[in-house]
Ligand binder design. Structure first.
Ligand code: SAM
Length: 278
């Protein structure tokens, strides 16, 4: 059987996956896109040799990326999703009946096309009439919006290459300008176990811009470091609190999980004070 050696840009370990079949492999204008099948994970999307999603466990990531903020917000209607070409974040956001509009801003149209073909259960919401696809850099898109967005979600590749533009203080400033006075923002921010310094750096940059910043985590087996972080910010409301009833279908997210996913206050403080050593 062929093996795939993952080349995660920051991880101190490398995963090896068995490959039953290579279903797709081509370079787009932005990256190499590959779809393989693995006996355990099913179809897997790999960009520039880094695993993005697997059919079997994608919901762990997508539900935990989207639902905490969409439950903390009192009435999320207008959403921006940056990256997320597989459609998983769009699918989850569409579960909320309050959502009227999703600007789906993916730089690489080919990722969307490939996902529609090989990951139909993930990409199933992309053609919904509430979704407007913009194939461009998310950092450019946010510059064009002013004060009418309820929630901005970043679902990008690792913080390298063209995804770097989504982790700068300047980008966070533009995100803030997009948001309403109750607006909220969430971005992936790598692993607390492997990339603690990177997590702190992102948190510090966000704190320069947003009135409220917080951090929650979830275990994602296929992302190196596993203890995955989501850095989030809010213009007004605490993100730890749920403001709308939890009545959608999910596998891992729930109102109970919402409370448990945020870092305990003292531990969070210690992290930001750089008192945690590992
Ligand atoms: N959940 C995945 C993970 O964390 O590994 C991310 C999946 S999704 C496929 C990531 C997408 O972000 C890619 O399709 C990539 O093209 C897109 N992307 C990266 N940087 C971007 C940017 N600056 N603007 C818009 N899309 C971007």
């Amino acid at each position: 059987m062929i093996k795939l050696l993952e080349k995660d840009p920051y991880a101190p370990i490398q995963y090896v996956y068995e490959v039953s079949e290579i279903l797709y492999k081509k370079k787009s204008n932005f990256q190499e896109i590959m779809v393989i099948t693995n006996p355990h994970f099913g179809n897997m999307l790999i960009l520039d040799d880094v695993v993005q999603i697997t059919e079997r466990d994608e919901f762990f990531y997508h539900e935990m990326l989207v639902h905490p903020l969409l439950h903390a917000h009192p009435n999320p209607e207008n959403i921006i999703i940056i990256g997320g070409g597989d459609g998983g974040a769009v699918r989850e956001a569409l579960k909320h009946s309050t959502v009227k509009k999703i600007y789906f801003v993916e730089i690489d149209e080919e990722v969307i096309n490939v996902s529609k073909k090989y990951f139909p259960s993930v990409a199933c919401g992309i053609n919904d009439q509430r979704v407007e696809i913009k194939c461009m850099d998310g950092a450019e898109f946010v510059k064009s919006r002013k004060g009418d967005i309820d929630v901005v979600i970043v679902d990008s590749t690792d913080i390298i290459g063209f995804a770097k533009s989504l982790f700068t203080v300047e980008f966070f400033k533009h995100v803030k300008n997009c948001l309403t006075e109750e607006g909220m923002f969430v971005t992936l921010s790598e692993s607390l176990h492997f990339h603690k310094e990177m997590v702190i750096e992102i948190q510090e940059s966000m704190k320069l811009i947003f009135p409220l910043v917080d951090l929650y985590t979830s275990n994602i087996a296929t992302y190196a470091g596993n203890w995955w972080t989501f850095s989030c910010a809010s213009m007004k409301h605490s993100l730890r609190e749920i403001r709308r009833p939890y009545n959608i279908e999910t596998k891992i997210y729930s109102d109970e999980m919402h409370q448990h996913s945020f870092l305990p206050e003292r531990f969070y403080k210690k992290l930001l004070n750089k008192e945690l050593k590992w």
